[in-house]
Every structure is written in structure tokens, then in C-alpha cells.
Design a protein around this ligand. Structure first.
Ligand code: HEC
Length: 141
């Protein structure tokens, strides 16, 4: 049986669909290397808790791989490679789509969950000591 043109159209359509609906499955372990090798940590902190926090899914930009990729690529057209204040430019030549989705997957694993003050015994001791020692400020001089 020969391949009919209907078959060909169907096959091309399926391939096209496959290309446009490509979903990436980022690998968080490889993403961790990207995060550290590309200096993301220097502004976003070792755990995503830096000056512009990324942990705990706080960023709407991280809502999907697509929004994240769009953010990276769009700004690449506008931002200088070495900006002084804002995020550097990450064009596809600097960070491939594969690296970007891997770092996306890694950022998704970052959590910021510090213990409450009253759960840190040493800190509680310091607070208690501060209450009972030192000058008594409760009375006027
Ligand atoms: C020189 C500092 C710097 C570096 C390096 C840097 N960023 Fe950023 N990033 C920022 C700043 C500042 C913002 C917020 C303002 C802006 O969009 O420029 C930001 C914003 C973001 C946001 C959006 C957060 C939000 O909701 O506002 C994501 C996601 C992000 N960066 C990921 C990354 C990744 C991934 C890397 C490494 C490949 C990286 N950044 C490297 C400074 C940096």
C-alpha cells in the first residue's frame, strides 16, 4: 500500500503538533548545576531566598515553563549582558531551552521555610537572658 497524500498530510500535521506542543521535562539535578554555574545564586540566593526571592513559588513568572522561557528570552532583547542592578540577559546562545527548563525545575524545588524564633533554643535563651540581665530600663532614671 502506498502512502496517500491524506496520510502525508496527517503525518505532517502530527509532526507539527508535536513540535508546537512540545513539553519539556526539566531535570532539577541538572538544573541545580545551571543555577550555580550561571550565577543565578549570586542574586537569588543559594536557596532562592536572595534579594529577589524565587523559593516557595512566589513568582508568577514561574507559573509555567512557557512563562519562564518567555521572561528569559524577552528580556534578552532589552537587558544588557552585564546589567548593574537588574537581571542579566539570557539569550538562547547563553542558556539553551534545555538548560532553562532544567533550572526551572530546580527553582520549583526551592523552599524557604525557616524555623519560628521560639523553635530556636539558643535564640530563646538569648532573649530570656536579655530580659533578666543588663540595665533595668523599666524604671525612670
Ligand atoms: C545580577 C543579578 C541576577 C542574576 C545573576 C540573575 N537574576 Fe534573576 N532576577 C534578578 C532581578 C533584579 C530580578 C527582578 C527584576 C528583573 O526582572 O530584572 C530577577 C528576576 C528573576 C525571575 C522572576 C522573579 C519575579 O517574579 O520577579 C526569575 C524566575 C529569575 N530572575 C530567574 C533567574 C535565573 C534562572 C537566573 C540564572 C540563570 C537568574 N535569575 C540570574 C537578578 C538576577
Amino acid at each position: 500500500m502506498s502512502v496517500t497524500s491524506a496520510h502525508r498530510i496527517f503525518i505532517s500535521f502530527t509532526l507539527l503538533l508535536g513540535m508546537t506542543c512540545q513539553t519539556y521535562a526539566g531535570d532539577p539535578d541538572r538544573g541545580a548545576s545551571v543555577y550555580y554555574e550561571h550565577g543565578c545564586y549570586s542574586c537569588h540566593g543559594y536557596n532562592g531566598t536572595g534579594k529577589t526571592p524565587l523559593a516557595n513559588n512566589v513568582s508568577g513568572i514561574m507559573a509555567s515553563e512557557d512563562t519562564f522561557l518567555l521572561f528569559l528570552r524577552q528580556r534578552a532583547d532589552r537587558n544588557p549582558v552585564l546589567p548593574d542592578k537588574s537581571m542579566p540577559n539570557y539569550a538562547v546562545q547563553a542558556l539553551s531551552d534545555e538548560q532553562a527548563v532544567n533550572v526551572y525545575a530546580y527553582i520549583k524545588t526551592l523552599t524557604d521555610d525557616p524555623p519560628k524564633t521560639e523553635e530556636i533554643p539558643t535564640f530563646v535563651k538569648i532573649l530570656e537572658a536579655a530580659k533578666t540581665q543588663g540595665p533595668d530600663h523599666s524604671k525612670p532614671d
